[in-house]
Design a protein around this ligand. Structure first.
Ligand SMILES: *[C@@H]1O[C@H](CO)[C@@H](O)[C@H](O)[C@H]1NC(C)=O
Ligand SMILES: *[C@@H]1O[C@H](CO)[C@@H](O)[C@H](O)[C@H]1NC(C)=O
Length: 399
């Protein structure tokens, strides 16, 4: 064998090891997922490297890596797509072209991306909004919001809330032909976090007369207090969203100071004065036995470095909807929650299912046994079509 072919062989072995990711047995189309994983891993590695060199913030490099999949607001044969602003917040509006006798459903959608990344213009969000508009005969508002690291909490929350409040005015709904009794909110991942947070906030908002009919939360992030639940432990190195990346996203939501992230990873960021909040995220009492399996709950440790005085956001219910007490949960609209087995955020969603049901809220829980974080928007895969079909048929029965 010549030297050239030896190098080629070594390169081939290196690439195969880089691409190969051990995946749980029940994952459908594993090669597709490995390919996506390699793509994301490469972006994360490059972004980490560029940050180590001191050239660019990690998140800014990730943003550049993702911006290639943005698409313009182009109408198709079924749906008219436009861009506008609601209360100064940019939104994309999807209106079905076919004539409608009655007023339509309204769906307000919030994209994910760890409060740092993403936009309504990303191709997969754009397609999901088109399909939702077309198949539900709904007007879909897909909102943007300002992102970290440039903007921190509560900017993301407030942008989304301001856009939603604009939409929920009688005259605005009338302009788009939307039935005020059939409006829902939906979002995935960090967008699911924002969806849960604005839905809670609306309940107590006396200025908004129109109420939501449903909320739908797709593998939402709901609390940054305990990043050591069984799902965080079991999936800490899982390709699409690792525990360390989730800790980075959570801390970037509140500050660019990396000491919060470190404290979150060692579970020493909550001050002892806030110890009462742990009962709202106590997985040993809120998860069904089959998700606890052999995991042993250890009581929290506390922070003495006053991080929460500097960055109070992470204890704020508008950032962490699971920290709401039962009074704040009572009266929430009919809820659909998707959780995925192979996802660090799985237990956040399941704990919210338990807490909402305990507070008397009607919840449909769709737990996807072969699901992983991001699966619903992993377009062109079987699992994505299956989850989108389940999601849209739930909405068509309940919204
Ligand atoms: C428009 O709707 C028709 C009928 O449902 C469908 O066959 C077609 O693929 C849709 N077009 C687009 C661009 O989605
Ligand atoms: C969590 O729940 C377990 C079991 O119900 C209980 O023993 C423990 O004291 C709780 N811990 C906290 C911090 O709420």
């Amino acid at each position: 064998m010549g030297r050239k072919s030896l190098y080629l062989l070594m390169l081939g072995v290196f690439l195969a090891c880089y691409v190969y990711t051990p995946l749980p047995e029940n994952i459908e189309e594993p090669w597709r997922l490995m390919w996506l994983n390699t793509h994301l891993k490469t972006i994360v590695h490059l972004a980490t490297f560029v940050e180590l060199l001191g050239l660019n913030h990690f998140i800014d490099s990730m943003m550049i890596g993702m911006s290639f999949s943005e698409v313009p607001p182009t109408s198709d044969e079924n749906v008219t797509v436009t861009e506008t602003t609601f209360n100064d917040v940019p939104v994309r509006v999807y209106v079905p072209k076919r004539k409608s006798e009655a007023l339509r459903r309204g769906m307000f959608y919030i994209h994910g991306g760890g409060w740092c990344l993403g936009s309504a213009a990303l191709q997969n969000y754009d397609l999901l909004s088109r399909w939702t508009a077309d198949r539900l005969d709904a007007v879909v508002i897909s909102t943007d919001y300002r992102l970290a690291p440039k903007y921190h909490f509560p900017t993301q929350f407030e942008d989304v809330y301001n856009a939603l409040r604009w939409f929920l005015q009688e005259k605005v709904l009338a302009k788009y032909g939307v039935n005020p009794e059939r409006v829902g909110v939906s979002g995935d991942s960090a967008g699911g976090n924002l969806a849960a947070a604005v839905t809670q906030q609306l309940l107590g908002d006396v200025d908004v007369k129109i109420k939501l009919k449903v909320q739908s939360l797709i593998y939402p992030a709901l609390q940054p207090l305990d990043l050591d639940s069984p799902s965080y432990r079991e999936n800490s190195d899982f390709s699409i969203l690792s525990k360390s990346l989730m800790a980075r996203f959570w801390s970037e939501y509140f500050t660019t100071d990396r000491s919060l992230e470190k404290a979150m990873l060692s579970h020493q960021h909550v001050p002892v004065e806030s110890s009462h909040l742990f009962k709202f995220v106590n997985w040993s009492s809120l998860l069904p036995e089959r998700f606890i399996k052999g995991h042993v709950y250890s009581n929290p440790t506390y922070d003495s470095s006053e991080l929460s005085k500097k960055y109070p956001g992470f204890l704020d219910v508008r950032a962490a909807p699971l920290l709401a007490d039962d009074d704040r949960l009572r009266g929430l609209p009919l809820t659909y929650i998707i959780t995925c087995q192979h996802d660090v955020l799985r237990d956040d969603g399941i704990m919210y299912v338990t807490r909402l049901r305990n507070a008397g809220v009607r919840v449909t829980h769709n737990h996807v046994e072969d699901g992983f974080h991001g699966a619903l928007l992993f377009l062109n895969s079987k699992i994505s079509y299956r989850m989108i079909n389940q999601y849209i048929s739930w909405l068509s029965e309940n919204l």
